[in-house]
Design a protein around this ligand. Structure first.
Ligand code: SF4
Ligand code: SF4
Length: 270
């Protein structure tokens, strides 16, 4: 989350054990100021939580509340929360007494004033998280209430978000490690956006396209991902890994794809 105010990112890198001092609350004179004039990149799990809260299908939520942008250094499309067209560019969910969707607010709102990033050092198999502190002049929350970064994350309920987003984060980090001139096609970007953010449409894709002919997918798995959107996201990311990087259980099986093409060709001639 960043704001149009001059944000100061503290130069030191923090770990989960690093100490911070912070307290936010309705008694702060700056209450809700941080919910205006901001740029919030949504994660897939943010969309799952917010669309459910608002009782919308994923495509409806994306159309009403988000604007697409390209994620820095990855060339991948991401939805950002669309601010209102008022003077302060307010978040559509901010009210005088706080956040209307507080229990389902996005991960970056939960983390604030902690920023986080994920890196995968060259040659390393696993990604590493690190954190940093964002100090903005309007925020009066830096007092003497002590936390560690991890106790702040737990208190703000962000751990569940990070867990659910893990497959997606790993995919984005992998993509970021590719040479910058390696562009992905428009079609691949559209597949990525559907699989990560438009999960209701991805469910239709699973059941109505040739997906089950190309891959071995059990009814049990299909039923599970129909009920559980976090499991659906994990499957969607595995499928993307297969399509984009030719890795994992959904790496395109050339023989099945060729058979499918032949089948289509025959159907057209008939
Ligand atoms: S500006 Fe800082 S202290 Fe004020 S409401 Fe936002 S997070 Fe809390
Ligand atoms: S979603 Fe809620 S917490 Fe986040 S910016 Fe909007 S009003 Fe503030």
């Amino acid at each position: 989350m960043s704001t149009e105010f001059q944000a100061r990112v503290e130069p030191q890198q923090l770990t989960g054990d690093s100490e911070i001092t912070f307290r936010c609350g309705k008694d702060r004179s700056c209450f809700t100021q941080c919910c205006r004039g901001i740029d919030i990149v949504l994660t897939p799990y943010d969309v799952i939580r917010m669309k459910k809260r608002l009782d919308l299908a994923s495509d409806q939520f994306l159309a009403i509340y988000t604007t697409p942008q390209l994620l820095e250094k990855t060339d991948l499309p991401v939805p950002t929360l669309k601010m209102l067209d008022d003077e302060e560019k307010s978040c559509p969910f901010v009210r005088e007494d706080g956040c209307l969707i507080y229990e389902d607010r996005p991960a970056s709102c939960r983390y604030y004033p902690v920023g986080h990033a994920t890196l995968r050092p060259k040659e390393a198999e696993a990604s590493e998280n690190f954190y940093f502190l964002v100090k903005e002049p309007h925020c009066k929350g830096f007092d003497d209430t002590k936390w560690t970064v991890d106790s702040w994350r737990a208190d703000q309920g962000v751990v569940e978000y990070d867990e659910a987003n893990r497959p997606w984060t790993d995919l984005v980090v992998r993509k970021r490690s590719f040479p910058p001139n390696l562009r992905i096609t428009k079609e691949a970007k559209a597949m990525y956006f559907m699989a990560c953010y438009d999960l209701d449409r991805f469910m239709r894709f699973l059941t109505e396209s040739s997906f089950t002919k190309l891959y071995d997918v059990s009814d049990e798995l299909l039923n599970r991902v129909r009920e559980d959107e976090v499991a659906r996201l994990a499957l969607a990311v595995q499928w993307l890994e297969g399509v984009l990087f030719k890795r994992g259980p959904y790496a395109v099986k050339e023989d099945k794809a060729a058979a499918r093409m032949e089948e289509r060709g025959k159907a057209k001639k008939e």
